[in-house]
Design a protein around this ligand. Structure first.
Ligand code: DC
Length: 211
């Protein structure tokens, strides 16, 4: 069984995907982490031009294996890690490599809940369940700001909002597998829902379809 959960940054999809995987006894696959792992190797490096960056990104993606997901470096989860992930994600060859890894992992029994940007459209277009999880920009920025503040960072709401808008734009405007709702995905707006509320809404949809 494959449950695809797509949506933009800070929509809550990762947290929800983990909980839904636990509930249904499936593996949770965070596809964004594959892009982050690919990108992290390139942070703090200088590249002569776009071609050199592209080549390094493809080489980095080629090094990634499924086991890397178990012990990601802390930098992969930072804001810089997210930005670099979004930059390598525009490269079609990188996407092809990481898409194969995702398909191989999720094919294993008993199946997986995968969260990302292109799971319901490209990686698993025939997934049994597809969700598009989103929230207003204001809600998403407030969530991110709370996370950063808890970590002792001093970003402002304006900084975080601008960074989210920039990443949304890059992810949705790229030519290769842009972030978008699959036409047959079930939309869940998490702006006014608690995490439990989202899990309940999603489970109700899944259970009704399984019945
Ligand atoms: O979900 P995340 O914030 O960890 O994702 C980081 C970046 O990786 C995201 O901005 C775009 C890219 N990504 C992607 O292009 N396709 C996916 N399926 C998952 C992530």
């Amino acid at each position: 069984m494959i449950i695809a959960i797509d949506g933009p940054e800070a929509s809550g999809k990762g947290t929800i995907a983990k909980l839904i995987a636990q509930k249904y006894g499936l593996r949770h696959l965070d596809s964004g982490l594959l892009y982050r792992l690919t990108g992290v190797a390139l942070i703090d490096q200088d590249f002569a031009d776009d071609a050199a960056f592209k080549q390094a990104a493809i080489a980095s993606a080629q090094q990634i294996t499924a086991t890397d997901l178990d012990n990601p470096p802390a930098q992969a989860r930072t804001m810089a890690g997210g930005v670099m992930a979004s930059k390598v994600a525009v490269i079609p060859q990188v996407r092809d490599i990481l898409t194969s890894i995702q398909q191989n992992i999720a094919k294993q029994k008993p199946g997986a809940v995968i969260d990302g940007r292109d799971i319901g459209t490209i990686v698993f277009p025939n997934a049994e369940f597809k969700f598009w999880v989103t929230a207003s920009l204001k809600t998403r920025a407030s969530r991110r700001l709370a996370e950063y503040t808890a970590k002792g960072k001093s970003d402002t709401l304006a900084d975080v909002t601008a960074a989210i808008e920039e990443r949304d734009h890059r992810d949705s405007s790229r030519a290769a597998a842009p972030m978008k709702k699959a036409t047959d995905a079930h939309l869940i707006d998490t702006s006014k829902l608690s995490i439990d509320g989202v899990v309940e809404a999603m489970s109700a949809y899944i259970d009704a379809k399984l019945a």
